[in-house]
Write a new protein. Structure first.
Length: 284
């Protein structure tokens, strides 16, 4: 059913804000095991990262910097960690320092500290589900397109929009049984802390089509959607984490969605580049 107008739900003002220092501190206690099994490890695969190749990667919404540091140490990339929360960035600089990672604050959802075509790949993990304004989303994706080199990939990782019936994944539940959420609508989320207690927050519901439309609207092509289940995690996630939980719902319902697009470039220049490569040398 559709959510009735008088449903005792939430509005955009209730959506979680990590700019609040208390929320940022509490975030560190949230159980993110499922993210490290069926979310984060699939991002470098979607981006086509190769360990040791180097390059520059944009981590939009880097939070406490744990994922940024993991990418830097595992793949040897220089990571530009970006967030809109000074509180999160303070935690990142304190808890996740690394010589290959730099942290920066967004300026009204823009990235003025990055030049056009200055990064080789980009990701945004669990960012769009905390933003209720479509225009803000368009600005952010447009900025990613601006700073990403032609041919570079952008992957956004988000909760799977098809599973919002309150089903219990490892560490979180989204939505309520019998309620159908509309695009941009606030949605309740329950997250388990590592001490076993639960915290209730509010996110934003965006369907898969929204992610596709945002990327294609910003000039990305070859948009692909991936939704890993537990069987896909073998050889990708840490075996110790795979063995640490009983895993039930994740065996047949993917908790997360990865949407990846390729930054389009000048078709004529790309054709010349391919021609030059086929001749064994760079094109001019």
């Amino acid at each position: 059913m559709d959510l009735p107008a008088d449903h005792p739900g939430f509005d955009a003002d209730d959506v979680i804000s990590y700019r609040d220092p208390g929320t940022a501190e509490d975030y560190q206690s949230w159980d993110d095991t499922v993210c490290w099994v069926l979310g984060y490890p699939f991002v470098p695969r979607a981006l086509g990262l190769v360990a040791g190749r180097g390059g520059v990667l944009l981590d939009l919404g880097c939070g406490t910097g744990e994922f940024a540091r993991w990418l830097a140490r595992g793949y040897g990339v220089h990571v530009v960690g970006v967030d809109s929360s000074p509180a999160m960035l303070e935690l990142a600089r304190r808890r996740s320092p690394d010589p290959l990672v730099s942290y920066h604050l967004t300026v009204e959802d823009r990235l003025p500290f990055l030049a056009a075509a200055s990064v080789d790949a980009a990701t945004a993990c669990f960012v769009f589900n905390t933003i209720a304004e479509p225009e803000r989303l368009r600005v952010l994706v447009g900025e990613v397109a601006r700073v990403l080199r032609p041919g570079g990939r952008f992957t956004t990782l988000a909760p799977h929009p098809d599973h919002v019936d309150g089903g219990r994944f490892e560490g979180f539940r989204r939505g309520e049984p019998g309620v159908r959420y509309r695009p941009g609508q606030a949605i309740p989320v329950r997250i388990r802390r590592t001490d076993g207690s639960w915290v209730r927050v509010v996110n934003v519901y965006w369907p898969t089509e929204t992610y596709r439309d945002l990327l294609t609207g910003a000039g990305f092509r070859d948009v692909r959607v991936d939704a890993p289940r537990l069987a896909d995690a073998a050889g990708v996630a840490d075996p110790a984490l795979l063995a640490a939980r009983p895993w039930a719902l994740e065996r047949h319902r993917p908790p997360f969605l990865l949407v990846t697009g390729v930054r389009a470039g000048n078709p004529h220049r790309e054709a010349l580049a391919r021609e030059g490569e086929s001749r064994g040398g760079p094109s001019r």
